[in-house]
Design a protein around this ligand. Structure first.
Ligand code: PMT
Length: 311
């Protein structure tokens, strides 16, 4: 595996990088002045690893962005300013509630020739109104910034830029790294320029993406409260791997989950303890999302971390 410095040296930033960097800078400067304002960077969705420079094909992963987009709403409810760094076309806060035709089904046309109008069906107002109110509130208070990525290299460039802007918040910054970041990629120099022809089975050799948690925790945002996620498919590895990560990177918390059960069970692993959050069937049926208790727990820990720093 090459070093993280080498990765940046051999991958160009995305074409809209400067624009996004300015947005991040502006957003953070606006909130930095208010000493009581906490800020969270949420990463969400999967990254792709392209197989060609003119990318037709790529290696992707399962992540839909449910965890990150739902968590963003709960962080807003807990008065955080939120930077939502998400995979293009994955789920986003607020709009995630209305997939596909669901939104159109909530509307009705009031026919009046050229003066026809659209209104929300009365039986949909109860659903739409609270979500719209929360969305508008986030917009009006300028507490939600969306920044999107597609490839693992875009993600890493934007993550570093976001960290540069978050560092001055010191302990008020929380990083909630829920994105499913590619572990493997095809190095730029090994990648064909054009679409791989289907004349024979290609041999594709992947390399390890350097673990970015290392510089992030030790150098980029050394005072922030960093929460990483650990995804496994084998339950017997989950807690040991999470502890290993805490020891290796020296951050505050790992939220461990298993692919198949991630919507109703997570384990919050800290250096000294682990705490399970498990939704009952009744809770899930009543509409409770696991991100609500996760965010409540994480914000409480972040608060304690800040208070401990003041003593
Ligand atoms: O989006 P959903 O469908 O709702 O799914 C949510 C989720 C399962 C993706 C989420 O809950 C989750 O577990 N995200 C992390 C998945 C993952 O990448 O795990 P990992 O074990 O490969 O990586 C562990 C940590 O290392 C991650 O926090 C990641 O930010 C970090 N990492 C990963 C790769 C890399 N090169 N450098 C890193 O620092």
């Amino acid at each position: 595996m090459g070093s993280w410095e080498e990765f940046y040296a051999t991958h160009l930033p995305p074409s809209d990088f400067e624009d996004n960097r300015q947005l991040l800078k502006q957003f953070c400067e606006n909130h930095l002045k208010d000493q009581s304002q906490n800020i969270v960077l949420i990463t969400s969705g999967g990254t792709i690893a392209p197989l060609e420079h003119n990318t037709v094909r790529f290696v992707d992963n399962f992540s839909a962005g449910s965890r990150g987009s739902a968590s963003a709403e709960y962080f807003l409810e807990n008065n955080y300013a939120v930077i939502f760094l998400f995979r293009t076309k994955s789920l986003e806060p607020f709009t995630r509630h209305f997939s596909g035709q669901q939104f159109l089904d909530m509307l009705e046309i009031n026919e009046n020739g050229e003066n026809s109008t659209i209104s929300v069906r009365p039986d949909s107002t109860d659903v739409l109104l609270p979500i719209l109110q929360k969305y508008k509130q986030a917009q009006e208070t300028n507490r939600l910034l969306y920044v999107n990525f597609t490839s693992v290299s875009d993600y890493l460039w934007l993550l570093r830029a976001a960290c540069e802007c978050l560092a001055p918040f010191e302990k008020r910054a929380l990083l909630y790294l829920a994105a499913a970041v590619s572990d493997f990629y095809v190095p730029e120099e090994d990648m064909p320029k054009h679409k791989i022809q289907s004349t024979g089975a290609p041999k594709i050799s992947l390399e390890l993406v350097p673990k970015i948690l290392k510089p992030l925790v030790s150098s980029w945002v050394p005072q922030a409260f960093v929460v990483s996620f650990k995804l496994e498919t084998d339950d017997s590895l989950l807690i040991a791997k999470s502890r290993e990560s805490l020891i290796k990177y020296n951050h505050k918390l790992v939220i461990a989950n298993i692919l198949q059960t991630r919507k109703h069970r997570v384990v919050l692993v800290s250096p000294n303890a682990s705490h399970e959050i498990l939704l009952t069937k009744d809770q899930a049926h009543s509409g409770l999302e696991i991100e609500e208790p996760i965010v409540a727990d994480v914000t409480r820990r972040h608060e304690e971390f800040q208070v401990a720093g003041e003593q």
